[in-house]
Design a protein around this ligand. Structure first.
Ligand code: FES
Length: 153
């Protein structure tokens, strides 16, 4: 059975990049980590390296009122998930969709080039979770339209 709460399985303690204070804070005490039982937007992304992250959104009035991420992978994935969640929390959907991997990198005060894909993974998964929300809304609208059409005929 698949785990709901992912924990980092790999470590990069030898990497001098971990000396960056911003990175250490996000890596050691990740913000918004966990799952949301009442999520109305959800996606799971898998990176080119096999690392994965689940993103759970609670959206109300087109605003992300709660966000959780459940990473499974290296410390970079955990830190990027934390930074992305911190940036997306409280944002409107339009604002959240403008978050870039470079914004995540900036929040972490830098990322090594060979780990920029971790930032892309979390940002892409955020976008997919928002897309999942839109699909649900559009699905409901379609049903509502069908119901109104049937009523009118
Ligand atoms: Fe590949 Fe982090 S090392 S997503």
């Amino acid at each position: 059975m698949e785990k709901d709460n992912y924990l980092p399985e790999k470590d990069h303690d030898h990497d001098p990049h971990l000396l960056n204070e911003h990175f250490i804070i996000h890596a050691n005490r990740p913000r918004h980590m966990g799952t949301l039982s009442h999520a109305n937007g959800y996606a799971k992304g898998v990176g080119i390296c096999g690392d994965a992250i689940k993103v759970y959104l609670s959206i109300s009035d087109r605003t992300i009122t709660d966000i959780k991420h459940a990473p499974r992978g290296c410390t970079y994935t955990v830190a990027c998930g934390s930074a992305m969640s911190h940036l997306a929390y409280g944002k409107t959907l339009e604002e959240a969709l403008k978050i870039t991997p470079e914004d995540v990198e900036k929040e972490l005060n830098g990322l090594p080039e060979d780990h920029m894909h971790c930032a892309s993974l979390v940002v892409n998964t955020l976008g997919e979770a928002i897309d999942n929300f839109y699909q649900k809304v559009w699905g409901n609208k379609k049903q509502a339209v069908v119901a109104i059409t049937l009523k009118a005929s």
